[in-house]
Unconditional design. Structure first.
Length: 122
């Protein structure tokens, strides 16, 4: 399908043209970028190339790719997976670790035993 025949591209092209920033550093409004992404991503997944899509709406290939990539990796879209907690033993109690200046390391002692060792070392 030629880029001029992509459904909705003419409307989006006009919207982008109406909101084109005076300076590149100003960027397009977020709402306009979201509309461009919402139009582009399904077409991209259907096999259309970045060049075809970007020419259809009048932005650079690089700009459109960045917008779509940022949208797919946003926290809202989330790379998160569902997590379930299994029943099991409670998380182990954290205990202090004693490391002497000479590098001697003592672990897994209760507070009373650790204090006794510290007193004897002092």
């Amino acid at each position: 399908m030629p880029s001029s025949e992509l459904k909705g591209s003419a409307e989006l092209r006009h919207l982008l043209a109406a909101h084109r920033p005076a300076r590149n550093s100003d960027g397009y409004p977020e709402s306009v970028r979201r509309q461009a992404v919402a139009w582009s991503c399904p077409l991209r997944e259907a096999g259309h190339g970045w060049t075809t899509l970007s020419q259809a709406i009048g932005v650079s290939r690089h700009t459109l790719r960045i917008w779509c990539t940022a949208a797919s990796t946003s926290v809202a879209a989330g790379p998160w997976l569902p997590v379930t907690m299994a029943d099991g033993p409670a998380i182990e109690e954290r205990r202090p670790v004693l490391v002497t200046p000479s590098g001697f390391r003592v672990e897994n002692l209760d507070a009373a035993s650790l204090l006794r060792i510290l007193r004897e070392l002092a």
